[in-house]
Design a protein around this ligand. Structure first.
Ligand code: SAM
Ligand code: SF4
Length: 327
């Protein structure tokens, strides 16, 4: 089993979008109350006193929409000042980037993933569950701004949903030809909107790759990430194409991450909550940092047997949406 050295932190479970596959309009979500969010101080204590000593060196900030989190810039500034953290990244829907990209960069952030499931403003609105006409343009300006201030790598996350944005696969792909942007396809998972999943199903990475190959040609890329993506490239393109195939492939054996939710639950697996620890309650009770660290160590030891391998057998170990887990 891989060394587990990567922590994904959900800073907030709220979002200004209502993506159909994540938190569709009308779905009932129990948002975390402000008092139950990990405070900045608690978060930094956990990183510094628990995770860094246990060998963690990579952090991704996500949500919900992390740019809605008050103190985000300060949080980034603090984490990026820890020399043991070699890799700090953020995943965002891009809406607020036009205003915040420069501040985030100045605070020390260099790596960013921006979700963009369509190049067509109407389809985009349909996916994000919003109707204001300027939203795609605002998101696009956010991406341009991130590029302009120097984020590198700049990655575009795409979830393909049959019959909704499937026809755009080849066009989205073309974004990587002349720009040093990296597209990451994430297979649609049956969490957040099981009904949509049952209706539309999902497109396996192999099929997406084949379509791109037919249109543009495709070669394996020499650039390898430290995540689960299989990375390819259109010949001579500046950017790369990554495929995250959590539905069609099982990469549990090379999983290198834990997830910390906005209310402080530390989870061993995206889709399996077995063994999760309530770090917020631990911090707010009389437990010592040594005791908390011991619990995390035990979770790390148990992690190899806590996975998503039973997904095809209908195992339902999870009860949360991606926005609550921190996708
Ligand atoms: N709000 C930010 C964003 O959209 O980038 C960060 C949080 S979002 C939960 C993180 C990633 O999870 C996004 O790229 C989104 O497309 C993906 N995601 C959400 N629900 C998903 C699902 N049911 N299947 C696959 N990916 C999903
Ligand atoms: Fe919000 Fe991101 Fe979920 Fe879309 S995928 S609803 S932007 S948290």
């Amino acid at each position: 089993m891989n060394q587990v050295d990567y922590l994904r932190i959900s800073l907030i479970d709220r979002c200004n979008y209502r993506c159909q596959y994540c938190m569709p309009e009308g779905s009932e979500l129990d948002y975390v109350l402000q008092k139950d969010l990990l405070t900045q101080q608690e978060l930094l204590t956990l990183i510094k006193q628990i995770f860094i000593p246990l060998g963690f060196s990579k952090i991704r900030l996500t949500g919900g929409e992390p740019l809605l989190r008050a103190e985000l810039i300060e949080i980034v500034e603090n984490i990026s000042s820890y020399e043991q953290i070699s890799d700090l990244a953020l995943t965002t829907n891009g809406y607020f980037l036009e205003e915040k990209a420069q501040d985030l960069y100045n605070a020390g952030l260099r790596r960013i993933n921006i979700s963009l499931d369509s190049l067509n403003p109407q389809t985009f609105n349909n996916i994000i569950g919003r109707s204001a006409p300027e939203l795609w343009h605002k998101t696009w300006r956010g991406i341009q701004k991130a590029h302009q201030v120097g984020f590198d790598p700049l990655k575009i996350n795409v979830v393909i949903i049959p019959g909704i944005n499937e026809e755009e696969i080849e066009d989205i792909e073309a974004l990587t030809i002349e720009r040093n942007w990296h597209v990451r396809y994430i297979e649609f998972m049956p969490i957040g909107n099981d009904e949509l999943f049952q209706q539309r199903a999902w497109v396996p990475s192999t099929e997406i790759r084949e379509r791109i190959k037919q249109r543009w040609g495709l070669v394996e890329s020499s650039v390898k990430g430290n995540g689960p993506a299989d990375v390819y490239q259109i010949p001579d393109a500046q950017g790369t194409l990554g495929f995250i195939s959590q539905m069609s492939e099982c990469f549990c054996d090379r999983c290198n991450r834990l997830r910390l939710s906005a209310d402080g639950w530390l989870r061993p697996c995206l889709l399996n909550e077995t063994g999760q620890i309530d770090l917020k309650s631990a911090l707010r009770s009389n437990q010592t940092l040594e005791q908390i660290q011991q619990q995390v160590r035990e979770l790390l030891e148990a992690k190899k047997d806590i996975n998503f391998k039973l997904r095809d057998k209908g195992a339902q170990f999870y009860t949360r949406t991606m926005s609550q887990i921190g996708g």
